[in-house]
Design a binder for this molecule. Structure first.
Ligand code: NAP
Length: 248
């Protein structure tokens, strides 16, 4: 008996990295899943096949979370195919790092649109079905950088801090209707991004983390399982740091 049996989850950015781990973690706990990607068609289909083999119904759909009407179409498709959305995980995110003096308008807009506007788009279109269903759990992927700030990431940090304000506001706005909204703030998580680090930089990161290791996708997926399941029915409006005590 999985912790997510009978639940339908909509996950943005499930083709790689943390999103891929969440898709597989949710499938292992019995959820039916629709997840999105933008460019990794082959990888997304492979993730869908692997997750389906765990017994869940899993479908990958190309949909740009930064696009309001594509997000609307996506939610319509989920409702047609699965009838409801129990858990929305706003995971899709990008970086375009550079110092403020060099940052151009395009780098600012792109990061804000993919990381923050996407959370508005998806939440906006999922709220009505969640209200009809008298419940739901929304999980927004922030970052420790949204709490601390980081030189060279003003656009990314602003988008991740914006997610925290959005999360707390939605928790207050729809809590009385049984809908919960939480954010997760991952620390340094091993993904394609961290694979590119040289050994010295990687060791410097590890040294700064009290638990003395980088996080992995499963660490974040497990937190998502908790927040999406009935194990957390009295948890809402919170930012759960999953960072090996870095944010302490
Ligand atoms: P990743 O490996 O780069 O994967 C990003 C995922 O998002 C991919 O599936 C990508 O699809 C998808 N995506 C990108 N733009 C999209 C869009 N416009 N619409 C829909 N999907 C889109 O990233 P990650 O490291 O797993 O990070 C996942 C989330 O955790 C992000 O929000 C990130 O900011 C956050 N986070 C990560 C870390 C870390 O250390 N890795 C730390 C803190 C927070 P394609 O494959 O098709 O491009």
């Amino acid at each position: 008996m999985g912790l997510l049996n009978g639940k339908v989850a909509l996950i943005t950015g499930g083709s790689r990295g943390i999103g891929e781990a969440i898709v597989k973690g949710y499938a292992a706990q019995g959820a039916d899943i629709i997840f999105t990607y933008v460019s990794s068609e082959e990888k997304a289909q492979k993730v869908a096949e692997e997750a389906s083999s765990l017994g869940a119904s899993v479908k990958a759909i190309r949909s740009d979370a930064a696009d309001f009407s594509q997000s609307e179409e996506l939610v319509k498709t989920v409702l047609e195919e699965f009838g409801k959305v129990d858990v929305l995980i706003n995971n899709a995110g990008i970086t375009a790092d550079t110092l403020m003096l060099r940052m151009n308008e395009e780098q600012w807009d792109k990061v804000m649109n993919v990381n923050l506007k996407s959370v508005f788009n998806m939440t906006k279109h999922c709220l009505r079905p969640m209200l009809r269903n008298r419940g739901g759990s929304i999980i927004n992927m922030s970052s420790v950088v949204g709490v601390f700030g980081n030189a060279g990431q003003a656009n990314y940090a602003a988008s991740k801090a914006g997610i925290i304000g959005f999360t707390k506001s939605i928790a207050k706005e729809v809590g009385s209707r049984g809908i919960r909204c939480n954010a997760i703030a991952p620390g340094f998580i091993e993904t394609d991004m961290t694979d590119a680090l040289d050994d010295a930089t990687r060791q410097a990161y590890v040294d700064s983390i009290p638990l003395k290791r980088l996080g992995n996708g499963k660490d974040i997926s497990d937190a998502c399982v908790f927040l999406g399941s009935d194990m957390s029915t009295y948890v809402s409006g919170q930012v759960l740091s999953v960072c090996g005590a870095l944010n302490t």
